[in-house]
Structures are given as C-alpha cells and as structure tokens.
Design a protein around this ligand. Structure first.
Ligand code: COA
Length: 152
C-alpha cells in the first residue's frame, strides 16, 4: 500500500482531478463539472493525495439516508496499490457514521476491475439498467451495499 492521505475535495484539487477523469473515462467530467460539486450541498467527495498531488477520488451524492456513488477513479500509474479501496472504505465509513441505509452505484457490465472492487466490499448486483452508458453503449449493473445488517 502506497503512502496516501485522504482529504475532502477542495478547489486546489480540481485541476488534478480533471486529469484523473481524462485518463479514466471516455466521457470525463470537466474541470467545471467537478468544481460545481464544491457548491452542491448533497455532494461528498474524498481525494487521495500521493507524491504531493491528487491521484484519485470518490464522489457520491446523498438523498436523505441514501448514498449514490457518482464516480471513483485513480490515475493509471497509481492503480493496483489499494487507493480505490482506501477511498471506498472512507465513503463506507462516512455512510455508517451518519446512519445511512445503503450506498449504491452503476457500473459498466464490462468493467470487471470495478465490479471486482465493489464485490470485495460486499456490494451485490441488485439490478441492471439497459443501455445506460454511451461511448460505447452498454448496460449498467446496479450494485448496492446495505447497512444495518447483523454483521455491519
Ligand atoms: N484486475 C483485477 N481486479 C482489479 C483490478 C485489475 N486490474 N484493479 C482493481 N481490481 C479489484 C481487485 O479486486 C482489487 O483487490 P485486490 O488488489 O485485493 O485483488 C480491488 O479492485 C481493489 O484494488 P485497488 O488497488 O484498491 O483499486 P485501484 O486503486 O487500482 O482502482 C479502479 C480501481 C476501478 C478505480 C481503477 O481501475 C480505475 O480508476 N479505473 C478507471 C475508472 C473506473 O472504471 N471507475 C469505476 C467506475 S464505476
């Protein structure tokens, strides 16, 4: 595991996170799109900082006691070092501490790396959205982790 710190997203991270987006998605969020989340009261974004720069992030939106993950991404050269796991654990801890009922997300069916990441944290496939993604068109799995069970 690489040495990282996890910080709440702030304006100083935005340019570097726009680069993470560029390198991670066919339809990346823009600088302005990320910046707008700073003013979104329902948004919770955590940033992983390594070697003095933002190398990954997780962002989710809250509605009452529900959390919807919008994105999680890590710069390619920093992958497979446990950074997404640390970010996801941070989001899960936040949800548990704040009494959330569940945390959920959509993921491309073909994104086996991300599906494996979520399964590692006990997310379950609870449904599928047809043609949810474009560029290329693809179905999404809906994956959800419920809190409040006997072992949670
Ligand atoms: N092959 C197989 N499993 C992988 C994998 C790969 N290349 N990358 C991640 N995983 C799974 C494994 O289960 C891994 O656990 P393990 O190391 O014990 O085997 C687990 O994810 C955690 O790995 P971690 O190192 O914490 O993940 P990461 O920091 O490399 O980030 C992603 C994982 C998915 C966020 C990263 O690959 C990424 O940014 N991808 C592009 C953006 C994306 O697809 N985001 C998801 C949108 S829903």
């Amino acid at each position: 595991m690489i040495d990282i710190t996890i910080e709440k997203m702030s304006e100083k991270h935005i340019a570097e996170l726009a680069e993470v987006e560029q390198q991670s998605f066919s339809r990346p969020w823009s600088y302005d799109g990320l910046k707008a989340e700073l003013d979104n009261l329902s948004a919770v974004f955590f940033v992983a900082v390594a070697d003095g720069k933002a190398v990954g992030y997780i962002g989710f939106h809250t509605v009452l006691d529900e959390a919807y993950i919008a994105n999680i991404a890590v710069l390619p050269e920093y992958r497979r070092k446990g950074i997404a796991s640390a970010l996801l654990q941070c989001a899960i801890d936040f949800c548990k501490e704040n009494g959330f009922a569940f945390i959920t997300l959509e993921v491309r069916r073909s994104n086996i790396n991300a599906v494996a990441l979520y399964k590692k944290f006990a997310f379950e496939i609870v449904g599928e959205r047809k043609n949810f993604y474009t560029a290329p068109t693809e179905n999404a799995y809906i994956m959800t982790l419920y809190f409040g069970g006997p072992n949670q």
